[in-house]
Design a protein around this ligand. Structure first.
Ligand code: SAH
Length: 457
């Protein structure tokens, strides 16, 4: 017999926080997950789902707020899927993230006494994103809505102002709303795969102030282009207006084809002193200020003096590679997506950086191949894998190449801990671990870790 059943209303104390930012509390020993609660809250909750050993509940009312609780600046923070922990004081978010890294290294990695350096937080944890994607639709009453998806669903929460997006988004969305209404542009209907306008993608160059608006459409063209362009170019910084053609019945936001309507099909921005060209489809870090800090930490950990051969695995558009190239003899970047490598080469050229070479392919295939065929050395290896971490065969290759240092940049402390455990079982030891907050108000945390080859015994 479960302690609780669906629709029960009970009072619990939140004692822990889950990997997705949800509060965790116990009712007579039975675990409940409750969104929008934090450690220290005493809350009235309503049980939505009661499984055998744990269940999910919805917050009804905070009875006694945690001392770390704040009123989120954003009025839709509870509903919107974008921010999970905006109701936690920002300095406490940082403590939570640091703890998350420590817990993973201890529980998953089996490490103890690892000195974790103070997390590198944001000076201004608002309006930091340089890319926003607003879905467009209609509500039950038939009115046009533009906003963000609610957590884990595709229902759109209507909003004009996002507190973590660029401030220029607000006048753009205001204009788009009136354009859609005035000219009867039909929003896309996901269930029926009808209608035209799916998403509004906005990208902003943080340093340059350049703005791109890209409308994702289920069709070949958009009517009233003249009025659309006139309206958008009156917004300061507008540099690029494009269409992205996506006529597939899919959850994927962007299609493959870009049609430039006005201006260049790209904007430029800087990270540090390096310039990047960003098109609607390019991957680019969304928080350039923290990215610069992150890359500088990676560069410091790599400890380059000008003679080193460095590999940057999972290099994306070569952002870390170009940073490293400023201090290394030669950098080799490896990335699986061909378009990203095209962008990486363009960016190297744009900056006149010549001591870097890029390869398309899986890191776990390219590194052993180049090492065996061309006997390319590796003094330092930098890895920045996606959340699932590194392929085990790649770790084996790294172990066989024996670089002096490995700099592991991670977006998931759990897989980081797993991979570090493997690397440290044999030849390497952890020297430094520094978490970085790239995504204030979300549960995500980046970590830069320096491993060094143990001295032979
Ligand atoms: N270092 C880059 C991007 C890191 S994101 C930056 O800082 O901007 C991780 C990248 O790994 C993505 O670009 C993804 O396409 C790439 N990737 C995923 N699996 C890969 C693999 N097996 N080999 C090489 N690259 C891979």
């Amino acid at each position: 017999m479960n302690m609780v059943k669906k629709n029960d209303q009970i009072v619990i104390e939140i004692e822990d926080i889950g990997t997705n930012g949800e509060g965790i509390g116990k009712y007579k020993g039975y675990t409940l997950f409750v969104n929008n609660t934090i450690i220290g809250d005493k809350a009235l909750v309503k049980v939505m789902k009661a499984g055998k050993s744990y269940g999910y509940a919805r917050l009804v009312e905070i009875i006694r707020p945690s001392e770390n609780r704040v009123i989120p600046r954003c009025p839709i923070a509870d509903k919107c899927g974008g921010c999970q922990i905006m109701h936690m004081d920002y300095s406490k978010q940082l403590v939570y993230k640091e703890d998350k890294v420590r817990n993973c290294l201890e529980r998953i990695g089996g490490f103890s006494n690892i000195p974790i350096e103070t997390i590198c937080g944001m000076d201004e944890p608002y309006y930091y994103r340089n890319k926003s994607q607003y879905p467009v639709g209609r509500n039950k009453e038939g009115n046009v809505i533009i906003g963000f998806y609610a957590g884990r669903t595709h229902s759109i929460i209507d909003t004009e102002h996002c507190y973590i997006g660029a401030e220029i988004n607000t006048p753009i969305i205001k204009f788009m709303r009136s354009f859609i209404e005035d000219y009867n542009i039909e929003p896309y209907n996901e269930e029926q795969h009808t209608g035209l306008l799916r998403h509004i993608l906005i990208r902003v160059g943080y340093t340059t102030g350049e703005v791109m608006v890209c409308l994702v459409i289920n069709g070949k063209d958009i009517p009233h282009k003249k009025e659309l362009i006139e309206g958008l170019i009156s917004i300061s910084g507008m540099k690029s207006i494009c269409l992205n053609i996506n006529t597939s019945k899919t959850n994927v936001i962007l299609g493959d084809r870009i049609v430039a309507l006005w201006g260049e099909p790209y904007i430029t921005d800087y990270i540090g002193s390096i310039k990047y060209q960003i098109s609607p489809l390019s991957f680019f870090q969304v928080n350039p200020i923290q990215t610069e800090k992150l890359y500088n930490i990676a560069l410091e950990f790599a400890d380059l003096h000008g003679n080193e051969i460095v590999w940057d695995l999972y290099c994306g558009i070569g952002t870390i590679s170009l940073f490293l190239a400023q201090k290394a003899k030669q950098v080799y970047g490896v990335e699986i997506i061909p378009q990203a490598i095209e962008d990486a080469k363009t960016n190297a050229q744009l900056n006149g950086i010549e001591n870097v070479e890029f390869y398309v392919g899986a890191a776990e295939e390219i590194l052993p191949k180049k090492h065996a065929e061309e006997n390319i050395r590796a003094d330092v290896i930098v890895v920045d894998p996606p959340r699932k971490g590194c392929d085990k065969s790649l770790l084996d290759t790294i172990l066989s190449i024996e670089p002096k240092r490995i700099v592991y940049v991670s977006c998931d402390p759990a897989t980081l801990a797993r991979d570090l455990k493997y690397l440290c079982e044999s030849m390497y030891e952890i020297k430094r671990v520094k978490p970085v907050d790239q995504f204030g108000h979300s549960v995500h945390v980046e970590t830069v870790c320096l491993l060094s080859r143990k001295a032979p015994v």
